[in-house]
Ligand binder design. Structure first.
Ligand SMILES: NC(=O)c1ccc[n+]([C@@H]2O[C@H](COP(=O)([O-])OP(=O)(O)OC[C@H]3O[C@@H](n4cnc5c(N)ncnc54)[C@H](O)[C@@H]3O)[C@@H](O)[C@H]2O)c1
Ligand SMILES: [Zn+2]
Length: 362
């Protein structure tokens, strides 16, 4: 089975990331090989629990562990600081000690909140990630960022805290909604854009979820290798890791302007990648024809390429300044040189001014 080792240079440790179809049916064996303690708390959400919860819990019990489960309501609204006290109470009631284990079984929401609980409960307890969405399998489960949202904004409280192991079973993606699958594809396409022309070209040849699933192990391994390489070089997100934000500055602003109700994260990022590369192309920063390729690939994978109402850009752009990564008017933007190669430029809001003018045209 494909196995990647993710190094954590600052802590002189590393963890394994295993990718295999049907790995979920080997959970008992995998956890027994890693963990010799007694108690395991599995944290999941209702949807994932309905599909996979009993299977995972039963395997762990059969392997001899004492297991309990916290089932959270699904969705981003669960990933808030106010969810934490109830989670901590259940960990304490179960009598979980620092020599026990927490497992995150779910998408990015479950992974982020569980990782944050693991990072802070008793000042840190071991945890394992079993990501179940495409986004979580290629993005959020690698790199050690964990955290929760505040009423003032997303991901404002958190930590860098790494799992002991990441177990990826691509077959669990079969039960995802088309929307969630497409959201993950936006990140997959992003990796191709910033680092891997070969991945991009392969994705360009696929035009359905089924075609992606036929090569899903390779797709996930390729994306995780890129993410791992980038985060190993820049664990604390100061330079190289920023490349992963391609399309995200504008994408986040789009999501936020519509109160996270109209465009999902993947859709915001998709539109962000198109507009960003169009502006960069016009300014001679990106090879001519790149935007056209990005539009084509996003259409192949059921992602939007423009806003329904472009005039809204006049009001969306101020949201860019509210993003926590844009301090003091200095805007770090990731532009492509060409497909597969990206760099960071320092600019300001004027970079986007054409978008505003364009958006206001009747
Ligand atoms: N830590 C990081 O580095 C990082 C990176 C990117 C995103 N994130 C975070 O990830 C979150 C988004 O993650 P997400 O897109 O996975 O959302 P999510 O966790 O909300 O999952 C999306 C939906 O899919 C359901 N689901 C999950 N697995 C399923 C399965 N196998 N079958 C059927 N349904 C399933 C969930 O119940 C949920 O309703 C955001 O909070 C974002 O901030 C974190
Ligand atoms: Zn993203």
């Amino acid at each position: 089975m494909p196995e990647l080792i993710v190094k954590v240079p600052a802590e002189e440790t590393s963890y394994a990331l295993k990718i295999e179809k049907n790995l979920l049916s080997q959970i008992g064996r995998e956890i027994s090989a890693l963990f010799s303690g007694k108690k395991i708390m599995v944290v999941t959400d209702e949807t994932v629990h309905n599909h996979y919860g009993e299977n995972v819990l039963n395997q762990l019990r059969r392997a001899g562990f004492e297991v309990q489960c916290i089932v959270l309501p699904p969705g981003e609204q669960t990933k808030t600081f106010s969810s934490m006290p109830a989670i901590f109470s259940q960990l304490i009631e179960f009598g979980l000690t620092r020599s026990d284990l927490i497992i995150a079984l779910g998408g990015g929401v479950v992974g982020d909140i569980t990782g944050f609980a693991a990072a802070t409960y008793l000042r840190g307890i071991s945890f394992v990630q079993i990501p179940t969405t495409l986004l979580a399998q290629v993005d959020s489960s690698v790199g050690g960022k964990v955290g929760v949202d505040l009423p003032e904004g997303k991901n404002l409280v958190g930590a860098f805290y790494h799992p002991e192991l990441v177990l990826i079973d691509p077959l669990v993606l079969e039960t995802l909604t088309n929307q969630s699958f497409a959201d993950g594809m936006a990140e997959v396409i992003k990796y191709g854009c910033i680092k891997d022309q070969n991945l991009f070209n392969h994705l360009m040849e696929m035009s359905s979820r089924e075609e992606v699933m036929d090569q899903i192990e390779w797709v996930i391994e390729t994306c995780c290798t890129i993410k791992k390489t980038v985060v190993q070089e820049d664990e604390k997100d100061t330079s190289e890791r920023m490349l992963l934000n391609f399309g995200h500055t504008l994408g986040h602003a789009i999501e936020a302007y519509y109160h996270y109700e109209v465009y999902s994260h993947g859709q915001g990022v998709a539109i962000g990648m198109v507009e960003l590369s169009r502006l960069a192309e016009e300014q001679g920063l990106t090879q001519t024809g790149t935007t056209e390729k990005i539009i084509k690939i996003l259409e192949n994978h059921q992602l939007p390429t423009k806003l329904e109402t472009p005039a809204d850009y006049a009001e969306i752009l101020p949201y860019i300044e509210k993003d926590k990564k844009n301090f003091k008017g200095n805007l770090n933007i990731i532009v492509l040189e060409e497909i597969g190669s990206a760099r960071r430029i320092k600019t300001d809001r004027t970079f986007f001014s054409k978008l505003e003018v364009g958006g206001n045209k009747p």
